[in-house]
Design a protein around this ligand. Sequence first.
Ligand SMILES: [Zn+2]
Length: 241
Amino acid sequence: MVLVGAHLDSVSEGPGIQDNGSGSAGILEIALKMAALGTEPRNKVRFAWWGAEEAGLLGSQYYVDQLTPREIKNIALNLNFDMIGSPNFVRFVYDGDGDATGTAGPNGSGNIEQVFLDYFTGQDLASDPTAFDGRSDYGPFIGVGIPAGGLFTGAEDIKTAEEAAIYGETAGVAYDPCYHLACDTVDNFSFEALDQMSDAAAHAILTFAMTTSSVNGTDKGSDKAMKSAETLEYQGNKLRR
Ligand SMILES: [Zn+2]
C-alpha cells in the first residue's frame, strides 16, 4: 500500500491556506483525477487527511499506533505533502538518504527521494534537499520503519540570494512570510509552486502505485536497494488526457 498524506488542520492563528490547504487540496485533486480517469493502481493507494498535525502530529501518530504489525508491513511507503504552495518558494525534496543533511530515513527513503529528483530533472526544474527530520506527519511512519518521502516549498526560513537566483522571487524574505499567521489566506499562495509540486506529487504517487519493485529492496543496507530505484520509472503520464 502507498499511503499518501497531508494535514488538514491549521494553527489557530490563521486559516492555513498554504499550511496546509496546499498539500490537502493537491492530494485531493490527484485522488479525484485518478478516479475520474479510471486509473487502476497495481498497488493499493490510500489517501489520508490528518488532523491535529500542528498540535504535535496527533492524527498521524494515532493512525500509526492503531496499526497491527501486519498492517505496518503492508504499508510500502508514506508520501507526505505539507506546504507545496509557498509564495516565495523553493522546490524542496525530503533528503531521504541523508546525503545532504546527515539524517537518513528508513531504508528505501532514498529511492523515494530519487523518484522526485528524477522527475524534476526530467522537467528541467531545479530542486534542493530539505532535512528529513520527522517534523511532519511522516514522522510516525519512519518511527516504525516505513520509508517515506515528500515535498516542501518552505516555511519561516529566509530565502538566500543563491536560491533567488535559481527560483526567482525575493531573497532575504521568508519562503512563506505568513507561515502560521492570520495572513495565511488565498493571497498567500504561489499557484506556480502548487502546479509544479502537485505534478511531481502525482508522478511519485503513480510511480509507486504502478511499480512491481519493492520500495526498500529486500537486502537491508545493500546496494540492491538503490538499484531498485532504476526500475521505479513509471512509463507514461496517466494523469494527462
Ligand atoms: Zn504544515
